[in-house]
Design a protein around this ligand. Structure first.
Ligand code: SF4
Length: 589
């Protein structure tokens, strides 16, 4: 079995650990061999051939800076790229195919961006030899017998143009400024931006400054910008974030159209969207910051099911020791105790008016909110949280609401631990908090990291933990699944659900990932109306009634995959779509 050693240079502090402690305790070093040596930067370098994998350095490094990892048995070849000695390595690449949309699913931090940088020519892969960059001819020769040989030949001859929709769209206004219409016109090589703006209902925003757009609007602009370029390969990194269910389907169709003359790669964590959009699936697995492997491509349904199962048959690799099953969350029947009476609210902003009806929030329950964007869901949360004042309908009871904003920003000074401590205080040191919040969300490994250096998914989880750390009656979360991968979406749902039950509080969750909503919901508020004009609230309804109502409004039907309870969108006008509509079962669970 081959193994790799990973030294996290940010965590490693050889002066403060007792002068290269790992070098003194490594059994091979004790025998006089040079298994761990001092590198030019004074940080340790581990010889992966001499290392026996005993794990002593890993366990005794006080900064938890060393990991020794056994690679999967089936992985016998050299990596495509390695960042340096004892650093991240990537095996295999996604394969762009003209006429196809290849969906890529996998955890964050295991090489999807590196793979894209290689395919766009920004990074020349070193084939594992980080001491000497190979020539472009060597790369072409290495892949000459595979589909990628021709790709690299054309890429390095400047015959392939790549267009890219980045993941962190909220950062775009920091780089670009100006009015939406003018900005899109400037880069519109295919002369389609006006048509796409119409299709995605952005026409009215032509004269708006980029910096004034919501996350969903920014996402649509970024997608149109990428699609407007003449390219051979289009790469969309998480195109569904911040979009409502209808917009997800419109975007899926738009992206599928691009595949007529080009190759399209899509990274997405919303399984219903990637299922709908893709012709093939490639799974990415590995360990964050250590190694990543991109699997062979396979059919969509099989690919997604194998990803959930944690076993890739064609590669003969088990990459997760448990299956992800979207079952119903099992809770014993609870007493029906009202925590809070929702008042009737009215609020107008310019031309927009929101009206809500009376309702109840029940202790120990998660109430979800669904509906198109632009109907006032975030306004409703802000009214409840007291962030904005209603025109009518004051909250009578004094109720504390902890609120996770829709767009987490990284402009918070200090480390993750410093921020969590500030909100959680003494709760931070309790075993329950450590086990059920920090460990389940994987934040225990990020405590010393600076907030400003976190990835989108990490930042989202920190914001969720900060919200749960506060002393409140209702915990409100605006789009908590954005930028979070499939495994972590399930964990986020569990963490919120368990917290609410244990503390006898209530949660309100706004999200557009149907699978996430299905898993976490006890009841549902449905927002109706005309986006940007008026919003009206119905409910709380039972989850099934709510889901049925929303999907009927959107004219979309869902079925639940019998094998693993995965909600799947029926193709428009398919036999299943027609039957479910006839039976008025837009959501068949
Ligand atoms: Fe040495 Fe390898 Fe054991 Fe670490 S795991 S102490 S490097 S032999």
């Amino acid at each position: 079995m081959s193994r790799i050693a990973i030294v996290n240079k940010d965590k490693c502090n050889p002066v403060n650990c007792g002068n290269h402690f790992c070098m003194r305790i490594c059994p091979r070093n004790m025998l006089g061999e040079e298994c761990i040596v001092k590198g030019p930067d004074s940080k340790p370098i581990i010889d992966e051939v001499l290392c026996t994998g005993c794990g002593i350095c890993t366990h005794r490094c006080i900064f938890e800076a060393i990991r020794i990892i056994n690679l999967p048995e089936a992985l016998k070849e050299n990596p495509v790229h390695r960042f340096g000695a004892n650093a991240f390595e990537l095996f295999h690449l996604p394969i762009p195919k003209k006429g196809k949309v290849v969906g890529i699913i996998g955890r964050n931090g295991i090489g999807k961006s590196t793979a894209f940088n290689i395919l766009s020519g920004k990074v020349i892969p070193n084939l594992g030899n980080y001491n000497k960059e190979p020539s472009k001819e060597e790369i072409i020769a290495k892949y000459s017998t595979t589909q990628l040989g021709d790709y690299f030949r054309q890429l390095y001859a400047n015959k392939i143009v790549v267009s890219y929709k980045p993941q962190r769209i909220e950062l775009l206004p920091k780089v670009y400024s100006g009015k939406v219409g003018a900005l899109l016109k400037k880069i519109d090589e295919r002369k389609i931006s006006e048509k796409l703006m119409k299709e995605l209902e952005l026409e009215n925003l032509k004269d708006r400054e980029l910096s004034q757009l919501s996350g969903g609007e920014l996402q649509k602009v970024a997608i149109i910008a990428a699609a407007s370029k003449k390219a051979d390969v289009y790469y969309f990194d998480e195109p569904a974030s911040f979009l409502d269910v209808t917009a997800r389907i419109k975007v899926a169709k738009l992206i599928r159209d691009l595949a007529e003359d080009s190759a399209v790669l899509v990274v997405e964590h919303d399984l219903a969207t990637i299922d709908y959009i893709s012709d093939e699936i490639q799974i990415v697995y590995g360990q964050a910051g250590a190694y990543g492997v991109i699997s062979n491509s396979q059919g969509v349904s099989r690919g997604i099911n194998e990803y959930l199962d944690g076993f890739i048959t064609s590669d003969n690799v088990r990459f997760r020791d448990y299956s992800i099953v979207f079952g119903k969350y099992n809770v014993e029947k609870r007493r029906h105790e009202i925590l809070f009476e929702l008042p009737e609210f009215e609020k107008s902003f310019g031309d927009f008016k929101l009206k809500t009806i009376k309702g109840e929030i029940i202790k120990g329950e998660v109430m979800t909110i669904m509906g198109a964007n632009g109907l006032g869901k975030t306004t409703f949360l802000k009214l409840l949280a007291g962030e904005i004042k209603p025109d009518k309908g004051l909250v009578k009871e004094k109720i504390k609401i902890a609120y996770k904003v829709q767009y987490p920003t990284s402009d918070v000074e200090g480390t993750v631990q410093m921020w969590l401590l500030k909100s959680a205080r003494e709760l931070f040191n309790s075993g329950w908090y450590k086990q059920n919040i920090l460990e389940k969300l994987g934040l225990n490994k990020l405590l010393d990291n600076e907030i400003k250096h976190l990835s989108g998914g990490e930042l989202q989880k920190v914001y969720i933990a900060v919200t749960l750390s506060q002393d409140a009656d209702i915990y409100a979360f605006d789009e908590p699944s954005a930028f979070i991968d499939v495994e972590d979406r399930l964990k986020v749902a569990e963490v919120i659900k368990e917290f609410i039950i244990k503390k006898d509080k209530a949660a309100i969750v706004v999200d557009h990932d149907v699978q996430f909503i299905d898993y976490i919901s006890d009841s549902m508020l449905v927002f109706e109306g005309v986006p940007g004009k008026h919003g009206k609230v119905e409910g709380p309804l039972s989850k099934t009634d709510g889901m049925n109502k929303v999907l009927k409004m959107l004219d979309i039907t869902y079925r639940v995959d019998k094998e693993n309870n995965r909600p799947r969108i029926n193709k428009h006008n398919s036999a299943l779509d027609k039957t479910q509509k006839k039976e008025n079962k837009y959501y068949r669970s």
